[in-house]
Design a protein around this ligand. Sequence first.
Ligand code: MRU
Length: 353
Amino acid sequence: MSPATPPKSIQWVGGVDGHVLMIDQTRLPTELAMIQCRDTETMWEAIKHLRVRGAPAIGIAAAMGTVLGVRDYGGSDRHGFLSYLDQICDYLGTSRPTGVNLFWALDRMRQHARSTETDDIGALKLALLDEAKRIRDEDAAMCRAIGKYGEPLIRPDCGVLTHCNAGGLATAEYGTALAPLYTAHELGRPFCVYVGETRPLLQGSRLTAWELQQAGIEVTVLCDSMAGALMKQGRVNLVITGADRIAANGDVANKIGTYSLAVLARAHGIPFYVASPSSSFDPSISDGSGIPIEERDPDEVRCGFGRLTTPPDVACYCPAFDVTPADLIRGIVTERGLIQPVNGEIIAEMLGD
Ligand code: MRU
């Protein structure tokens, strides 16, 4: 794979009666396996079990999942179609609670159907497919723009620490936190990347290390607990992560462990940045305390990847995300430019519409 073409995580194949083709991210890095989704239930399962993951990719998957679902509507009544669509959106919305892109994309699909003025059910289904593809293509464009605005942060020979996976796999392509890295790499700038494993599901070591290596970018994996020591040694000049949901005041929900990195970065005087498309901002939530945090099966901690690593019945805590307060974040790179300082006024000014 060439440096400029990170993997395409998700795409629609064929016409309205086609299918969704996605990388099964649970199989990486040992196997690059594709899955075909032909119904909403398979898509719900794929989102729930992180076969497709990363907030923007989940939004695209959900949009495409609604198209898979409405194909089963056999009636000829527009109102019946719209309420059938609502049921599918409600169902897909139960898959994961934290990343706002899921709900943003589902709302966009509902609204698009309602604003498409036709009683022809076939035309409505086609309009929804076009909208789902548009959501995918817009995400790809937003990621490229984030790369352009974020690239100056990557100074020659710097060390960059990232967390989880906010790359091509987590988006339509190219990524959010990884986009400035891809762009700087394309410009020939030398730098190195550190990524924490991202326990318990190892998105950092399994996915980010895999896709950066594919792109020819120097990457070193560390256990999550090693980040402080690495910073103390002066090897990290910048921390950059993605976001699952950003509240109106700039508080950021992202993969569990992000908050710890932001605190460590502050303690070591290292700038901590977030990179995110506007689709991950949620102006309806005033601050991070209102963001719903997904709690996952404690077995993901207790016996991750099939091996029991605790006493069998010990209690385990398994939140999938945490919230980093805005005042720990130096800036947020969006497709519209850099939000800095991070506060409600600047966010509203930049993304108000
Ligand atoms: O549980 P995951 O793997 O879906 O969590 C993903 C993250 O936390 C990413 O950092 C975030 O979605 C941004 S992806 C561009």
